[in-house]
Design a binder for this molecule. Structure first.
Ligand SMILES: *Cc1c(COP(=O)(O)O)cnc(C)c1O
Length: 372
């Protein structure tokens, strides 16, 4: 081990990101879908965003205007799409830095039109339909269609680029042939009323990929917004049961150093109240076992259950803000104080580690520091 290495560190494996991206681009394009690359999940870390551009994405998307501003200012060859329906306070920046935005509220849409007029621009908008997940979008079908026609006919400085939906966020509702079929029906109705094709019918996020990979995506969906599966396809593989030999979850490897190592009981001793985050939790008594503390915590990576130890003999038992407790009893490897433990990530741990300035980021192979 290189003693001068500083932890925790997040290793970025560009080759894996590029491979994952190309697999998903090919799968989507083979059925007429052009996905955009969603960069919010990894805080728009530029080495990753650039790798996605190299893989062939033509559009980058984020919930945060700040990310899209960075992309514009870096001069990357992609158009920008804002995913979170705009706040009143960011409307000038939406028009300034975004080629397109997802929208739902008539009042916001009106303000965007006025701001676009003031900046002498034409802003593309994608009107969102809520198909039951109960996050953003217009819930009622007739109101939705009427609003789309209103944008087309009355708002000169907005271009109705298309319609979209978002699922599997608040309401945990999965995309299906039925609910996305409804979106395609809406598109046809709007197209008849406005007398032209919509450019985009956007059928959701990473959770819509099973329909693509299983060839069950309703015809008419021609756009998806994909972030998670490009970098951490863990849920795609295991939760949604679409494992792929040609993709990998190891694009981001979090490395942390062991600061305590030895045997302890598994059952806390004493009267039980709440843990450091004010929650009650339960513990199982497995007797005395070998365990370690690694110097990383929920401040760095979010919920400890979203860490995936690279060593299959390691189990994450719990974490506080700065300490994570791992069971190493069944590992084939003999761990010592100062050793470095590696973890793959899932969505939440990607979100937290990439955004945390106290987690150092390195591109694998670029500093000759692939130790261990
Ligand atoms: C975050 C987000 C996405 C991307 O989700 P992933 O799970 O990262 O693929 C797509 N659409 C909207 C509206 C989002 O907020």
């Amino acid at each position: 081990m290189n003693k001068t290495e500083q932890y925790p560190v997040l290793e970025i494996h560009g080759d894996i990101i590029k491979q994952n991206a190309q697999v998903l681009l090919n799968e989507c394009r083979s059925i007429g879908i052009e996905p955009c690359a969603v960069v919010k999940g990894f805080c728009n870390l530029m080495p990753i965003t650039k790798e996605l551009c190299r893989a062939g994405f033509k559009e980058a998307a984020s919930s945060r205007v700040a990310h899209l501003k960075e992309i514009r200012e870096a001069g990357l060859p992609v158009s920008t799409l804002l995913l979170r329906i705009p706040m009143a306070c960011e409307i000038p920046d939406v028009v300034r830095y975004c080629d397109a935005a997802l929208v739902s509220e008539p009042e916001t849409i009106r303000q965007l039109d006025q701001e676009a007029a003031a900046q002498k621009k034409l802003l593309n908008v994608i009107l969102m339909r809520d198909l039951g997940d109960l996050r953003e979008g217009i819930f009622d079908r007739e109101t939705f269609v009427r609003t789309a026609v209103w944008i087309e006919e009355d708002l000169e400085h907005l271009h109705l680029k298309g319609i979209g939906t978002n699922l599997t966020c608040y309401g945990s509702v999965m995309p299906t042939e039925k609910n996305l079929g409804e979106l395609c029906e809406n598109a046809k109705q709007i197209e008849q009323l406005i007398g032209r094709k919509l450019e985009v019918v956007s059928g959701g996020n990473t959770s819509s990929l099973p329909l693509v990979l299983q060839r069950r995506m309703p015809e008419g969906i021609n756009h998806l917004r994909i972030g998670e599966a490009l970098i951490v396809p863990w849920d795609l593989f295991y939760t949604w049961k679409c494992p792929r030999e040609d993709m990998s979850n190891a694009a981001l490897i979090l490395k942390a150093q062991i600061v305590e190592c030895g045997e302890k009981p598994t059952m806390p001793v004493g009267e039980q109240g709440i843990n450091c985050f004010g929650s009650y939790r339960t513990y199982e008594d497995h007797g005395i076992r070998k365990r370690a503390i690694v110097a990383i915590g929920e401040y760095d990576m979010g919920n400890y259950e979203k860490l995936v130890p690279v060593d299959p003999g390691v189990k994450v038992l719990g974490a506080s803000s700065d300490h994570t407790i791992v069971d190493i009893h069944d590992s084939a490897r003999e761990y010592h104080l100062g050793d470095v433990m590696s973890f793959e990530l899932r969505y939440q741990s990607m979100l937290f580690t990439t955004a945390n300035p106290l987690v150092r980021k390195v591109c694998a192979g670029q500093e000759g520091q692939e130790d261990e």
